[in-house]
Write a protein that binds this ligand. Structure first.
Ligand code: FAD
Length: 535
């Protein structure tokens, strides 16, 4: 048996935290170093409430001599760990030796699509994965060209391509971690190359450098298991099959047959939304949020959060405010990150943030967004929300100069409604154009953001710093539609079609998209078993 030690306080040190954890075990629990047979960090969180004594709180799983003695004397902070049963995504499925008559087809290689393919592969089933963008190695060259020269590709960009929208991201894994499915996901990410600390860090993040490696390793693993990948290939819709449930149409005119179609297209594939709607898939409108990105020199945020401690990682923050019925909150904060163009259409502009694992760009950015209710955009058409996003992105593109530069203003100038003078320092590439962002966003969004800024500055004094800018726009925090599903996760209108992930309205980030993909992979297997799509 091992024990969970729930409370260990360790000073902030630049190296060898293990030695300090051992010391804390000895001092706080009266152990001898030889009693400690081994430990594994379960959770690590930073406590910066007292700037003069910033510490880490650790939870560790430990093997200790005479554990019962420890349990008896520290029952409030030490608990026994029952033998863990790992989640088995295939439990109870009578599949052994059987294969599906026709390969499931998965549209999209984002976290939802790839984890659906993963479950199928683990069950010994082959699937075909269609991705409009490039494999990650080529995609990296294409997005670097965009940042260097402003040359934009509608086929492969920061939203489209292997790994989906999350490949060039901070890779923040926001979720509770006690659910067995989530534990399974985190273990799989580590298996394919994520840093092990995501298993215990209170605010885990992977970073773009590791996310690219994971995407490639997952592809290699799945290919070995018989999964087929087609990149640079656009899904163009479906129609009833003659001998199968569906025929799937690809650009170039190819037609494929399947009984199970998984739609994991993300929320930037607006052309695909339109064609799915035209083909009668059950789709409804959904509220979402829009706003802009605020970017500060990292040292401004570090100083506000930590004071002068230099051993700490780049500081994070999370803020919220209200303006009447509207909420305004920070979202997807990237310490040590960079701003990126994340529109997926030419002559549109939307931005977002990413970071490398080291989070060392010297800048901190966060989306600050306002909730958009149905009455703000809905005029009777299911895709009105999408059109609303597009109209703002087109205005941002024009305001930036029509070359994928982002319009930007100093925070103070945004508050006062005036243009900014002088150089605006930013990580955004291809470039920044000083412009009236307060004229690009709808008035009610600008007013809500201005009100929130005052509130944020009260909570984090110095937040409205001269060097801080607002850039944007941030229009794609979540999907403006939902593809309605039944209890078996199939489309309400089309049995055999499984909408999943963020684009379908069932996720709002990497973890929730991957989780939904896992569930849909399992749902496809359950359907195959119950409807006898096996041979
Ligand atoms: P996506 O990842 O969007 O994948 C959909 C895939 O489908 C794409 O690869 C696309 O090319 C493909 N596709 C679309 N249409 C077609 C078609 N017709 N034919 C073929 N292929 C098609 N979330 C977090 O939790 N933490 C973060 O730190 C974070 N940072 C982010 C940073 C950036 C820059 C961006 C853009 C997003 C970030 N997100 C983050 C959000 C996260 O990436 C998404 O929530 C997640 O990727 C959604 O997964 P998905 O599989 O549903 O869709």
């Amino acid at each position: 048996m091992a024990v969970l030690i729930k409370q260990l306080t360790v000073p902030v040190v630049d190296k060898d935290p293990d030695q300090h954890i051992t010391q804390a075990l000895v001092q706080e629990y009266g152990l001898k170093p030889s009693d400690i047979h081994g430990f594994r960090i379960k959770k690590k969180s930073l406590d910066a409430r007292r700037k003069r004594r910033i510490v880490y709180h650790y939870q560790v799983e430990a093997k200790i001599a005479n554990e019962q003695h420890l349990l008896n004397h520290h029952s409030s902070t030490v608990t026994p760990i029952p033998d863990a049963k790992l989640y088995d995504p295939l439990e109870g499925l009578p599949l052994k030796g059987k294969s599906m008559k026709r390969k499931p087809i998965i549209i999209g290689t984002g976290p939802a699509g790839i984890f659906a393919a993963h479950v199928l592969a683990e069950a010994g089933q082959q699937s075909l994965v269609i991705e409009r963008g490039e494999p990650v190695e080529d995609r990296l060259r294409t997005v670097n060209r965009l940042r260097r020269t402003g040359e934009f590709s509608e086929r492969s960009n920061y939203c489209f391509g292997e790994g989906g929208a999350g490949t060039f991201s901070d890779g923040k894994l926001t979720c509770g971690r006690n659910h067995p499915l989530i534990k399974y996901l985190f273990q799989e990410w580590v298996r394919f190359g994520a840093p092990e600390e995501i298993l215990y860090d209170a605010h885990p993040h992977i970073g773009t450098d590791f996310l690219m490696v994971i995407a490639k390793r997952m592809r290699d693993y799945l290919k070995q298991a018989g999964t087929e990948f087609r990149f640079n290939t656009i899904f163009k819709g479906f129609r009833p099959g003659k001998s199968s449930r569906y025929e799937v149409l690809l650009d170039g005119g190819e037609v494929l047959e399947t009984d199970h179609l998984i739609i994991a297209i993300g929320h930037s594939a607006r052309d695909t939304y339109q064609l799915l709607l035209d083909q009668g898939l059950a789709i409804g409108p959904k509220p979402f949020a829009i706003g802009a990105r605020f970017e500060h020199p990292q040292e401004v945020i570090d100083q506000i959060q930590f004071g002068s401690c230099s051993l700490l990682p780049a500081a994070e923050y999370k803020l919220a405010a209200r303006a009447g019925e509207r909420g305004i909150w920070t979202f997807c904060m990237c310490p040590g990150g960079q701003l990126l163009p994340t529109n997926a259409q030419a002559e549109h502009l939307a931005i977002n943030g990413m970071s490398y694992h080291a989070r060392n760009s010297g800048f901190a950015n966060a989306a600050v967004v306002v909730n958009i209710n149905r009455e703000d955009f809905f005029k009777g058409h299911v895709l009105d929300g999408m059109r609303f996003q597009e109209s703002i992105e087109r205005k941002a593109f024009q305001a930036g100069g029509g070359n994928y530069f982002t319009p930007a203003q100093r925070l103070g100038d945004f508050l006062k409604g005036r243009a900014s003078k002088g150089e605006l320092k930013s990580t955004y590439k291809p470039g920044v154009t000083p412009a009236r962002l307060d004229k690009v966003l709808p008035d009610f969004v600008v007013e809500a953001l201005q009100g929130a800024l005052f509130e944020y500055n009260k909570k984090m004094r110095g937040y409205i710093s001269h060097e801080a800018i607002v850039a944007g726009v941030e229009t794609k925090t979540s999907s403006p539609i939902v593809m309605m599903r039944d209890k078996s996760l199939q489309s309400q209108s089309h049995p055999g079609i499984f909408p999943t992930g963020e684009g379908a309205g069932f996720a709002g980030g990497i973890v929730s998209a991957a989780l939904d993909g896992l569930k849909v992979g399992r749902a496809v297997l359950e359907d195959a078993v119950s409807e006898s799509f096996l041979e």
